[in-house]
Design a protein around this ligand. Structure first.
Ligand code: ADP
Length: 462
């Protein structure tokens, strides 16, 4: 087999890969991107952020329509699930087209549909439908992402996963009457709220005591009472098996304390976490892999200075936008000759739980501050008094900003409720760039937009 040469080969073509691929290609390097999907943008567009938000936003529109209808405003509320899913598919198709056009317009990049594996630190084999190719690579970016973790529970094959639910032409064609969600992490909880808003009776089974385990309990405590009360949440539940009922539905067997019990639903979503996907041969060539993923520092370099690992595969901050920034860091360090000149900031990544309503956070929040002994002062703003929230009849929740008690430098914040996913970006920018409560208090935020609450939260300190 002839061995081809690439200045850069990316394993995967998602957010951890393609920003660097484009950056290096534009700098004149020869770039090969390898992905089994044969298209750019990884799991984010295929089954993650984008399709799930297409469903979320339509569910939120139904929820708002229903609220207005309850207040006597005209408008009929009928949920057409097939149309929601068709909308989701059309967004995915449109974005795939857009990415294909970007790829076609960029010289020096080859996209190969296949699976990459390491032979040596500089040699990568790509298994394709027509046999395979082999590359000698000056640089490699491992950006193989993460996939759904399926626990060893008998009958888990009878469950849907987020992959089944959100992929193009998804498995679920009609709105289920009853859905059981296993897992109270962000994917399970988000999906539970979307389907509840569309009219499905949802039961969520959570193993631990707290929903959104690992997130600040203070934020979770503000969010939980705002979730659709029709969602039945059982915590401290251990699922032992799933099987099929004689009618073709699903039955979940679980233990709750000393009790064994079962629950029937039309569909079951298994959402107990994701795990990194490590390319074959990585360990053999000396890439250090922990339970979280490929070990990297803030320069994204692995034990081999010419091999980088960006995105979900390194387990640092498994979010698409974090992967994109990491990919650019890797590109800059590659262009600098593998001498670290750029570093990822893992601490100021805005994170949104896209439940209805949403919750979002960034930086240092009280639980972390307490663990690290950092004294905080908190600025607060309640959406009850917010003009936009009042206009939209969505006054639940609010903004909290966390400042260093001595300097009043913004360290972090959270938003629960309206526009959380937008507002947290502005708060994150301010925190990442060292702004203080004085800076935020002096900024003329736009009225009547929810962002004016950021300045008001800062001014609540004075
Ligand atoms: P990230 O946003 O961290 O880049 P994604 O999960 O969105 O991660 O994308 C990772 C992509 O890498 C997925 O499309 C996945 O199919 C692909 N992939 C996983 N393993 C390999 C491999 N061995 N070779 C090539 N591509 C891979």
């Amino acid at each position: 087999m002839t061995i081809q040469y690439a200045d850069l080969l990316t394993i995967g073509a998602g957010g951890g890969a393609y920003p660097a691929a484009f950056r290096l290609a534009r700098a004149g390097r020869s770039v090969v991107m390898v992905d089994p999907k044969g298209v750019m943008s990884g799991n984010c567009l295929y089954e993650g952020c984008v399709p799930s938000k297409a469903v979320r936003e339509t569910a939120e529109i139904y929820q708002s329509q229903r609220r207005f209808a309850e207040r006597g405003l005209p408008g009929t509320v009928t949920v057409d699930f097939a149309k929601i899913m068709a909308h989701k598919d059309s967004i995915q198709a449109r974005r795939y087209q857009q990415h294909a056009a970007d790829l076609a317009a960029t010289p020096n990049i080859q996209m190969i549909q296949g699976e990459a594996r390491f032979i040596t630190p500089h040699e990568v084999a790509v298994d394709t439908a027509d046999g395979g190719r082999r590359f000698r690579c000056a640089q490699v970016i491992i950006a193989s992402g993460s996939d759904v973790f399926i626990p060893p529970v008998p009958g888990s094959e009878f469950c849907l996963t987020s992959h089944d639910l959100y992929k193009p032409d998804a498995a679920l064609k009609t709105l289920p009457e009853r859905m059981i969600v296993i897992g109270g992490g962000y994917i399970g909880l988000e999906t539970a709220t979307f389907f509840a808003a569309l009219g499905t009776r949802v039961t969520l089974l959570q193993k631990g005591g707290q929903l959104l385990n690992g997130m600040d309990p203070g934020m979770v405590a503000l969010l939980t009472p705002l979730l659709d009360p029709s969602i039945r949440i059982l915590t401290g539940v251990d699922v032992t098996a799933v099987d099929v009922t004689p009618e073709g539905g699903r039955r979940v067997h679980y233990t709750h304390g000393e009790e064994d019990d079962t629950l029937d639903g039309d569909v079951v979503l298994m959402a107990v976490g994701r795990r990194p996907v490590i390319p074959a041969g990585a360990a053999e060539i000396g890439i250090a892999v922990t339970r979280k993923g490929v070990a990297v520092g803030a320069d994204l370099q692995t034990a081999h200075p010419h091999i980088y690992a960006c995105g979900d595969v390194n387990g640092r901050v498994p979010l698409f936008h974090a992967a994109v920034r990491q990919s650019m860091v890797a590109a800059h360090n590659i262009l600098g000759g593998n001498i670290s000149m750029d570093y990822a900031d893992f601490h100021h990544i805005p994170t949104t739980i896209f439940t209805l309503p949403a919750a979002a956070y960034v930086g240092i929040t009280p639980a972390l501050a307490e663990a690290q002994g950092i004294p905080l002062r908190t600025g607060r703003y309640d959406f009850e008094e917010d003009s936009r929230a009042q206009i939209l009849e969505r006054m639940e929740g609010g903004i909290q900003l966390f400042f260093a008690a001595d300097s009043l430098r913004l360290l972090g914040g959270w938003v629960v409720g309206i526009d959380a996913g937008h507002l947290i970006g502005q708060i994150g920018t301010a925190a990442a760039h060292g702004l203080t409560a004085y800076d935020l208090a002096r900024f003329a935020d736009q009225h009547p937009m929810s962002a004016e609450g950021i300045g008001k939260a800062a001014r609540s300190l004075f």
